[in-house]
Design a binder for this molecule. Sequence first.
Ligand SMILES: CC(C)(COP(=O)(O)OP(=O)(O)OC[C@H]1O[C@@H](n2cnc3c(N)ncnc32)[C@H](O)[C@@H]1OP(=O)(O)O)[C@@H](O)C(=O)NCCC(=O)NCCS
Length: 185
Amino acid sequence: MTTSRGAAAGDDANGDPRVRPVERADLLGVFRIEKAVFTQPWPYAAFEQLLDAPAFLVAEGDGAGSPDTARIDAGDVLGYVVGDLTPNHGRDLGHIKDLAVRPDVQGHGLGRRLLRAALRDLAANGASVVKLEVRESNHPAQALYSDEGFRPARRVPRYYGDGEAAFVMRLDVGEWVRRQNATEE
Ligand SMILES: CC(C)(COP(=O)(O)OP(=O)(O)OC[C@H]1O[C@@H](n2cnc3c(N)ncnc32)[C@H](O)[C@@H]1OP(=O)(O)O)[C@@H](O)C(=O)NCCC(=O)NCCS
């Protein structure tokens, strides 16, 4: 399968962190955030295996414009999203497998930017539907996903290793792109 990466990358003209495709050199920064925000983090090797995923993106600080008390050095990984694609008889299925923002820069719009950039890349690579799993107790993430148009499709009891249930949420990403384009016009 041929995929194009980084269709939605860029957008640092106003001093915001730059969102761009991941590089191997970013993985340590990605893994640090993963360990800081999740009780059951993915192993480093899982990220290595997904380096070529069509929407594995990072937000990179440029050292300027740090919000509040956060210290941001040039090149810092501030957040990431991992979006993958599974062929499905012409209706390819996108999957947001992971999304996280460094704790000291959360709440400044970066999670939404990363999610939107990944959705654009997945759509550009042929996804018609995008799904994700989110912990039942993770209300901040659920609020973000609902706001972007994801809807709960089902609840999976004991989905996570610690016994917590997941909501599987789905988005018609073609419809989402049309809404985004209409808003931007
Ligand atoms: C979920 C996460 C990625 C959001 O990133 P963020 O940069 O903090 O979020 P944003 O500033 O872009 O906010 C986007 C929306 O998320 C929701 N949100 C974010 N933080 C929230 C909070 N503390 N409480 C409730 N809703 C919240 C809101 O709907 C918000 O929209 P608004 O600003 O218009 O109210 C981030 O909180 C995070 O890394 N959490 C830990 C890892 C995680 O849970 N990942 C998701 C796994 S499924």
